[in-house]
Ligand binder design. Sequence first.
Ligand SMILES: Nc1ncnc2c1ncn2[C@@H]1O[C@H](COP(=O)(O)OP(=O)(O)OP(=O)(O)O)[C@@H](O)[C@H]1O
Length: 266
Amino acid sequence: MTTQTLYATDTVNESTQYTRPVIAMRDMTKSYLMGETRVTALHGVSLLVQRNEFVTIIGPSGSGKSTLMNLIGCLDRPSSGEYILAGQPIAHLNRSQLAQIRNRHIGFVFQGFNLLPRATALDNVALPLIYAGIRRSERERRALEMLKLVGLGARIHHKPTELSGGQQQRIAIARALVTQPSLLLADEPTGALDSRTSAEIMEMFHLLHQAGLTIVLVTHDPGIAAAALRQVVLRDGRIIYDGPKAPASILSTASDPLSSTREGGA
Ligand SMILES: Nc1ncnc2c1ncn2[C@@H]1O[C@H](COP(=O)(O)OP(=O)(O)OP(=O)(O)O)[C@@H](O)[C@H]1O
């Protein structure tokens, strides 16, 4: 397996390919209208993520993590500001254009795995390639390659219910990577897993990062956030820290005050 099969390579010349950020956001705001009241979830967020960075986004409940994740993932549009994803301006695209960009550039991993329960591991991983119009034998070849990459080459005919939570999340990671995205976007990927399995999944993210992938991981867990080289800390819809190894004092205020109770002091 070469690293090139993990992520998209641009068709532009090589020097542009290696200097162009994967995420370039400037002054992004997002507000929602609740009856007569306007709720602002993000107040002018700017974020630059270069190719092959591993970034975690952390913040307490209500700080704007999901809102930011939805914007990064082209699942929603900002109220104002600029967003360029892998060289493509996003802010003014319509819904179907956003869906195309999403399918082309982003691999999603969610807390709840979001696998098709009646489909095998192989079919789950191959699914995004159907939408990409790739023929069956090629879909299966690529899906198998990705399942081997995540250590599930011996489980390809198993259905999600026949696999552990950690194995299901590895299938979801394989599915996210099968289209060779520019960005792996993970939303609380260890939220449904026990601590040992969480550590295994985080180890997998590290290996993928070492293989050249660009990863943005959203979490409320300071332990998970601390595992990445760069942490972006959100509070009240603003970035209050962005840099390597956020100090423990910032990470602890960034986490949900209830999470230590919920997770037995983690
Ligand atoms: N669709 C919506 N309509 C109105 N307000 C919203 C909507 N989505 C989010 N908000 C508000 O925006 C703010 C940020 O919410 P968001 O869900 O992004 O936070 P979060 O950090 O992901 O929280 P959690 O960790 O609890 O999921 C909150 O005040 C929330 O109430």
